[in-house]
Design a protein around this ligand. Structure first.
Ligand code: ATP
Ligand code: MG
Length: 270
């Protein structure tokens, strides 16, 4: 075992500021385009108990996770958020997952003695098993939302994420968001278990969706011809469409932005 993994994680208490930040979901977008085809309840009909948003930057992965969280809460379930980073060794990841669960479960589970035990447990698999068992006792549907999965070190992918995906109880659904980096794709962990995949082509805005986002962001209905031109320019890349809307808002019209074309705003292209 690597020396890093042998270090105790007792310093990762529930008051650790980093864990607090990592378990806090970002704010929902005001102009979020909620699409029926991307509802988790529809995607869950696919295989397995996990859903993966896999796309490059700005395709709306984080925004979609935030929306799924809202939907899960509205349906009376629990939703645990955890943003990952490259310092998440297996034991830090387990500590973080326990923190995220405790922050949201209230009195249902993840009580003090359990948190103390898991922070001291030196066996990653034993800790992951206990975490899953605690979820199973919650007797409510739980959605675990993991953002920025591409940052996870290889041992955390295989020892923790792979273990959770392979052993999730029936009341747990795992929603993952990741950029398709070489390291992640070659780790194999995403191919080992049945996971419903949502890719860039699913997340891209369709023409009518671009028009709706533009109208909502500009605060007025958008000229359809201009909107479609912008859609073609950005190819429905959500971040590009929002950047265009913000630029058009500043310039006073979409027409001015389109006249300048990509040269006027190269960031619109992905
Ligand atoms: N469904 C949507 N409706 C409207 N705007 C959207 C939508 N999805 C994404 N956007 C726009 O794209 C921006 C980027 O989205 P988001 O941060 O979710 O992308 P991401 O895929 O998580 O990117 P990264 O890989 O960099 O983390 C949002 O701030 C928003 O402006
Ligand atoms: Mg993101």
């Amino acid at each position: 075992m690597a020396p890093e993994l042998e270090r105790p994680v007792t310093h990762l208490s529930s008051s650790e500021p980093a864990l607090l930040l990592k378990s806090t979901p970002p704010r929902a977008l005001k102009s979020f385009m909620d699409r029926e085809r991307l509802k988790l309840s529809r995607l869950e009909m696919g295989s397995g108990n996990a859903t993966l948003l896999l796309a490059p930057t700005g395709f709306g992965k984080t925004s979609q996770l935030v929306q799924w969280r809202r939907d899960a809460l509205a349906q009376g379930g629990l939703a645990f958020w955890h943003s990952l980073d490259n310092r998440d060794t297996p034991r830090r990841l387990i500590a973080g997952l326990a923190h995220s669960a405790q922050a949201t479960s209230g009195k249902r589970g993840f009580a003090g003695p359990f948190m103390q035990w898991i922070s001291e447990c030196s066996d990653v698999q034993e800790a992951a098993t206990a975490w899953l068992a605690e979820i199973a006792t919650l007797s409510v549907n739980v959605l675990l939302l993991l953002d920025d999965v591409e940052f996870l070190p290889g041992d955390s992918l295989s020892q923790v994420l792979g273990y959770l995906l392979g052993n999730a109880p029936a009341n747990l659904h795992i929603a993952l968001a990741a950029r398709p980096t070489n390291a992640l794709m070659s780790s194999g962990v995403l191919n080992t278990f049945p996971i419903t995949r949502v890719t860039a082509s699913d997340l891209r805005l369709r023409p009518e969706e671009t028009l709706q986002v533009l109208s909502s962001a500009l605060g007025s209905s958008c000229n359809p011809e201009e909107g479609i031109s912008l859609h073609e320019l950005t190819d429905g890349w959500p971040l590009g469409v929002q950047l265009a809307a913000a630029t058009a808002h500043r310039m006073g019209s979409l027409q001015g932005l389109l006249a300048e074309g990509v040269g006027g705003c190269p960031t619109l292209l992905h």
